[in-house]
Design a binder for this molecule. Structure first.
Ligand code: ATP
Ligand code: MG
Length: 871
């Protein structure tokens, strides 16, 4: 069975059990502060388990793109070294939201594996939770045990501890006991030596877990306590790549058709053969795995960067580059060549890969090139470190600097040091790393209390498209604390006119006013796990009361103007540059907008003007907003609405149309394009390879911009005495200025020449020394030049010049080199001595030194004393 068919077969099976097939959520998570990436199929359904919202279907099935590289589930270090953990993998799942429970979940899992996929039951083991005698004090899962006993012989049932058989997504949130299904794919010979049940959960590469059936029945609270969930749910997750390994009768995930096309391409490019040398095998697996993770995140809109999720992606890619560099001897970018292979293979299940493969290739190639340069620089730095170390030891601090400042991987440092017989203080490095982690954790730490429940949240609680004010109640609230913002409260209302940050648009601000007249400022509004959270600094005295929720109107309408302008801008870019332009991110605030999009080159002035003209023409056309709510996703896309990759769309979507452009969008917009007044681009720049950014303003901000410009122009006109054409007037001033500069320069040169010949006349010979001590009108640089010019022309010179510049005194002394030796004269000593008269000090070299001071009146006295040094 090909992997494509296996995926399909799984979904079809659950469809036949009344499940609806839903799409994978994006891999990069945007509205959950506790999670950066989807790490399990259940993430996108968390709100249903918590009871924050009610699902349309109580039975669904899907394949979910997961990434396990950070947080509670982090498999990064295993990947490549073993044959069954990936960074990015697909998790096949079936779900019950308060519908069926353990009985059906267990029976269907068994039916699918043994009857549909025809896996020999003798290869399978199942596990049940044995209970825990820690603070949670949970008992054996007898319900699951009894159900399994009806299906499999008792010697195939394993009792598992909390680590293996109690599933938790993170430190807080829904959780519960689980039953895992493991498979033993060893040869009969191997099996005869050690029974399979002894190898379950022992990290044996051929006795692996394939499916986990989680019985969601608890919520883990902030203080660590468990509470029963209001309803019981099923959450299952089966590793797609592992299932393919079993069904294709392979011993490694990398030998299935999910990976072989990638591996053979790597073989072809690098000239290595998979299966020959262990180091190279690991490297090939690492690269085949990581390119998937990176490509899928870029397709989801997450580019490699220096912070947050982008940094995690950059590190994954760098890990792949580094394995290629060291073990496959790849010194040139090559991983980007795998993108077409990947998109050919996965593009039909995940169309986002296919449509963006050009961009993905570009981004990966750039990252490779720049990291390979870093590696080269790092190698030089490391060599220097080795040269400098007398005892053949490199401190943890030095290695950490290389790692942290230059991005040079520590395992590479360790390897090179080992090869050269040097020792690395790994413990010291570990300590530095820990210090850094503590620092960054402290900087971002967020702690959240439990929710205090007051009343229910209404269905479709957001009423802010039509209302900016409403009478509301507080449904729930909790205290949160972050390093950045300190102590705050999150408040959820029964319904709310406040728009929560999303789709690039900032959250609304405003106030909550109690019926007693108490006013609470709403500082920000965000969406977290599908509930709308208002941030306030203090809770009202009576949280149970009723409130008037009032959105800041001015700020909202400016934001709306900028949001609509981004749609028109998007339309303009696709018209003028071409339909390869795709939105890659946006930021819509009240004072400006920012729009990132895929395009290969800088926009010319002419293109920028065309874009502005296009948008302003739509504004002048006074196009009415055409808004459709509650369309099905398919309906909307069929009607031509543009959807964004990496956004999670629900069953019913909202479509916004202004003229020709129709986009899926949850943001707030103006009622008519005329409300935008005017659109003005203020900046165009590059964000990453193949991604450009336009910044712009509209409405009042555009008006202020033009007013300021006109004021500046007015001032210029005034200064120039009202010329007809100020630009021309400035150009001719500049030209005149340049000519004058030239003239001044040549005059100064003449002056210096004259001065020099005048001064020559004044030199007097005393005791075989040609001496001159005099005040001159030159700056420090001019005096120095003069000294050295005279020095080239005359011998046995002692020159001391004094000058006054901006109220300060300067003494410079020059002595011919032969005098320094023969007469033991020292310019430094002379200026130091003479400097006393000008209340200053200085120094320099024996043949030239200067002293600066505060008292120009002392210059004459100082100069008069020079002869003493010669006598
Ligand atoms: P393991 O112990 O093998 O790491 P797990 O207990 O972390 O697995 P779950 O969190 O229960 O796994 O995830 C459900 C299923 O997803 C697993 O049964 C497995 O088939 C698959 N899976 C988990 N982690 C990975 C991974 N890193 N790569 C590929 N598949 C995975
Ligand atoms: Mg795991």
């Amino acid at each position: 069975m090909k992997s494509q068919e296996i995926r399909k077969e799984f979904l079809e099976f659950f469809k036949s059990k009344s499940h609806s097939i839903v799409p994978s959520a994006p891999m990069v998570i945007k509205d959950d502060p506790t999670l950066m990436f989807t790490n399990a199929g259940m993430n996108q359904f968390k709100e249903f388990f918590l009871g924050n919202s009610t699902p349309k279907d109580t039975r669904v099935t899907d394949t979910q793109k997961c990434l396990r590289v950070s947080g509670k589930h982090n498999d990064l270090e295993e990947v490549g070294h073993d044959t069954y953990h990936h960074t990015m993998f697909e998790m096949l799942g079936n779900w019950s939201f308060g519908d069926y429970f353990k009985k059906e979940a267990i029976q269907w899992a068994w039916e699918l594996l043994t009857e549909v996929f025809k896996i020999d039951p003798d290869k399978l083991y199942v596990s049940v939770f044995e209970g825990s005698d820690d603070a949670d004090n949970l008992g054996l899962d007898t319900e699951a045990l009894e159900l399994w006993k009806e299906i499999v012989p008792e010697n195939r049932i394993i009792y598992g501890n909390k680590k293996d058989n109690f599933w938790e997504m993170g430190d807080q949130g829904p959780c519960g006991p689980c039953s895992e299904i493991h498979i033993d794919i060893r040869s009969d010979e191997e099996k005869a030596k050690v029974p399979g049940r002894e190898l379950v959960n022992m990290d044996h590469p051929q006795v692996v877990e394939i499916w986990n059936l989680v019985f969601m029945q608890y919520n883990r609270k902030a203080n660590g306590d468990l509470e029963e969930l209001p309803a019981k749910h099923i959450d299952t997750g089966m590793g797609f790549e592992r299932l393919c390994m079993v069904l294709q009768d392979k011993k490694s995930n990398y030998d299935t058709d999910v990976f072989t096309p990638l591996i053979s391409e790597i073989e072809k490019i690098t000239g290595n053969k998979y299966g020959e040398a262990e180091d190279a095998n690991i490297a090939m697996r690492v690269i085949a795995d990581h390119v998937r993770a990176v490509a899928f995140s870029i397709a989801d809109g997450q580019l490699p960067s220096n912070t947050g999720a982008g940094y995690v992606i950059r590190r994954i890619l760098r890990r792949a580059i580094r394995y290629g560099f060291t073990f496959l001897n790849s010194k040139e970018p090559f991983i980007y060549h795998l993108v077409p292979v990947l998109s050919k293979q996965m593009g039909s299940a995940f169309p986002e890969l296919r449509s963006q493969s050009g961009l993905i290739e570009n981004v990966i190639r750039e990252e490779e090139a720049s990291f390979l340069r870093t590696l080269d620089q790092g190698l030089v730095l490391l060599e220097n470190l080795m040269k400098e170390s007398a005892d053949k030891k490199i401190s943890g601090e030095k290695a950490f600097e290389l790692y942290d400042t230059y991005g040079f991987p520590i395992d590479l440092t360790a390897l090179i040091l080992r090869e050269n017989g040097y020792e690395l203080d790994e413990k010291g490095f570990g300590e530095e790393l820990k210090k850094q982690k503590d620092r960054s954790r402290k900087a971002t730490q967020v702690s959240a209390g439990d929710w205090n429940e007051l009343t229910n949240v209404e269905e479709d609680s957001f009423i802010g498209y039509d209302n900016l004010e409403a009478n509301v109640k507080i449904a729930r609230y909790r205290e949160v604390e972050s390093k950045k913002k300190g102590k705050m409260y999150q408040v959820v209302l029964d319904k709310t006119p406040f728009y929560p940050e999303g789709g690039g648009q900032v959250g609304d601000t405003g106030i909550l006013m109690s019926s007693e007249g108490e006013v609470i400022d709403v500082l920000d509004t965000k969406k977290e796990n599908n509930q709308i959270v208002h941030f306030v600094k203090k809770m009202p005295e009576r949280a149970e009361g009723t409130f008037e929720a009032i959105v800041d109107r001015t700020s909202r309408s400016k934001t709306a103007s900028n949001h609509t302008a981004t749609h028109l801008l998007h339309q303009a870019l696709r018209k003028i540059l071409g339909t390869h332009v795709e939105q890659k991110g946006s930021m819509v605030q009240s004072d400006y907008l920012r729009f990132d999009f895929s395009h290969f080159s800088k926009l010319s002035q002419d293109e920028l003007e065309q874009v502005e003209d296009f948008v302003n023409a739509r504004i002048r056309e006074q196009i009415e907003l055409d808004e459709k709510r509650n369309l099905s996703y398919k309906e909307a896309v069929d009607q031509g609405a543009i959807a964004l990759f990496g956004e999670k769309y629900g069953d019913s979507v909202r479509a916004i149309r202004f003229g020709e452009s129709m986009e899926l969008c949850g943001g707030t917009h103006v009622g008519n394009t005329a409300d935008i007044w005017y659109f003005k681009i203020t900046g165009e720049s590059a964000v990453a390879s193949g991604i450009r950014r336009i910044e712009a303003i509209t409405g009042e901000a555009a008006m202020n911009f033009f007013e300021e410009q006109s004021e500046v122009l007015g001032k210029i006109r005034d200064i120039l005495k009202n010329p007809k054409d100020p630009a021309k007037a400035i150009s001719s001033l500049q030209e005149e200025n340049a000519n004058l500069k030239k003239q001044v320069e040549s005059l100064l040169k003449d002056k210096a020449k004259n001065l020099k010949s005048d001064l020559k006349q004044e030199i007097r010979e005393i005791n075989g020394v040609n001496l001159l001590a005099k005040k001159v009108d030159l700056d420090a640089g001019g005096i120095k030049d003069l000294c050295f010019q005279l020095g080239d022309e005359l011998e046995n010179l002692v020159l001391v010049f004094g000058t006054e510049q901006n109220g300060k005194a300067l003494l410079s002394c020059y002595i011919s080199r032969n005098l320094v030796k023969e007469k033991d004269l020292n310019a430094g000593n002379i200026v130091r001595e003479l400097g006393k008269h000008i209340q200053g000090g200085g120094g320099g070299q024996p043949f030239f030194a200067t002293a600066g001071g505060k008292n120009p009146a002392g210059l004459d006295k100082a100069l008069s004393e020079v002869t003493q040094f010669i006598k």
